[in-house]
Design a protein around this ligand. Structure first.
Ligand SMILES: [Zn+2]
Ligand SMILES: [Zn+2]
Length: 423
């Protein structure tokens, strides 16, 4: 098919672009059936209908356009934007995933040299960054399930490809979660299988670093997973209680504050052992972690997660204390200071949490007391402020009050408007 030229659109094609804006899938479907509509037509800026739909966050229209043969890697846009970049900018995770599944090139760059993941990060769409950085097509793993060259047997038994792919695409990199995923799958949890997975992960890591479009993020993730698998294998060789022993080591908190020292040291060691010491990403990580004392923020886990998934902020209580899973809502009923996904995660953590639970409870009380005192002081402060404003307005109460409200708004103290003088 001849290359579409920019801006030369039939009236039906113009109508299609308009319909995409409204999100009417049925109408778009009818238009795409017309012989006057080319699915990869270009508007004045070199945007295809798929780019428009991705940018506007219309998932159903994206799906429809892909079914009609939309080219996911078209790069006729005036600034070199691709459909994946538009998906990332829109912040729609589903569309971002769809573009990747349709074969979008994650390494394509725009006219100022930015990839889709970098653009999404720039506008704060961290969920999309996470989707892009953790995408790994199953075919890339299936490659290792076939004998290559002189190999007698494939490097990865076909039965391991599914479970390993599940772990490769996970976005929660908490070591406890990864060990739980290994433990869950009887196919994975033996020394021989773990060894095979380690080798394949190391090979993918090497490939990521040596290919023309180097992918440090993916390489680091593969290396990190390989380190955890190796650790699992070591524990299985030595101990009878299998992986529970490893989980305990990873979760055990120190006596003073419950901080999991072994876990912190383990993650730091994984990062240090990354075999490509010239990698920019590695140097950034080492710079962020090296000056931090063990037990202080940021933890190695948060630095690593931020590097690999683009995810920010671990201070929110919504992450599970045990396995790092997002959306944990159950709190320890005694101290209310730790959150868990479910009873299982709480049970696994209790052997070490019980030592600090009481102390945390005291802390929580102290925190509440401190908050009360602060509130009192703020109230006192606003009363002084009100008196001053009142004096300035020479007793004009309505003027003074409105000025006071304005000041409060500015100071974000609006919740204090229950002051008797204002009511
Ligand atoms: Zn959990
Ligand atoms: Zn507790």
């Amino acid at each position: 098919m001849a290359r579409a030229s920019k801006g030369l659109l039939s009236s039906e094609e113009r109508e299609l672009l308009e319909v995409i804006g409204t999100g009417n899938v049925q109408k778009a479907g009818l238009l795409l059936g017309s012989k006057n509509v080319r699915v990869n037509c270009l508007d004045e800026h070199g945007m295809t209908p798929l780019m428009h739909a991705a940018y506007k966050g219309k998932a159903n229209l994206c799906r429809l356009l892909l079914q009609h043969g939309a080219n996911v890697n078209c790069n006729e846009h005036e600034h070199g934007y691709t459909a994946l970049m538009f998906a990332g900018l829109s912040g729609n995770k589903e569309i971002t995933w769809m573009m990747l599944e349709a074969g979008a090139d994650t390494d394509a760059i725009n006219s100022v040299g930015r990839t889709a993941a970098q653009m999404a990060a720039f506008v704060g769409q961290h969920d999309c960054v996470m989707v892009i950085n953790n995408f790994f097509p199953r075919e890339r793993l299936d490659y290792y399930t076939k004998s290559q060259g002189l190999d007698i047997e494939p490097k990865l038994p076909i039965k391991l490809a599914g479970p390993l792919h599940k772990i490769i695409t996970t976005t929660n990199l908490h070591p406890v979660k990864i060990v739980m995923l290994v433990q869950e799958n009887p196919l994975l949890a033996d020394v021989e299988s773990l060894g095979k997975c380690c080798r394949v992960l190391d090979l993918i890591c090497e490939k990521c670093m040596k290919q023309r479009d180097m992918n440090e993020v993916l390489a680091l993730k593969m290396h990190y997973l390989s380190c955890i698998f190796q650790k699992c294998s070591n524990f299985l060789k030595e101990r009878e209680d299998e992986l529970n022993g490893l989980l305990k080591s990873l979760l055990k908190g120190r006596d003073t504050d419950g901080f999991p020292v072994y876990q912190e040291k383990f993650i730091r060691e994984c990062i240090r052992k990354f075999p490509y010491c010239e990698a920019t990403l590695l140097q950034q990580l080492v710079r962020s972690i090296a000056p931090v004392e063990i037990g202080s923020d940021p933890t190695a886990f948060s630095v690593l997660t931020q590097a690999i998934t683009g995810q920010l902020g671990f201070v929110d209580a919504e992450f599970c204390t045990t396995c790092g899973e997002k959306g944990a809502e159950k709190r320890c009923s005694v101290c209310k200071m730790v959150t868990y996904c479910d009873q299982n995660c709480q049970k696994v953590h209790w052997f070490t949490h019980k030592k600090v639970c009481k102390t945390l409870q005291v802390h929580e009380k102290q925190d509440m007391e401190a908050a009360k005192v602060k509130k009192k002081q703020e109230k006192k402060g606003s009363f002084i402020l009100l008196s001053a404003v009142f004096k300035m307005n020479e007793g004009n109460i309505s003027n003074a009050t409105s000025l006071y409200v304005l000041l409060l708004k500015q100071k974000n103290l609006i919740q204090q408007l229950d002051h008797p003088a204002v009511r």
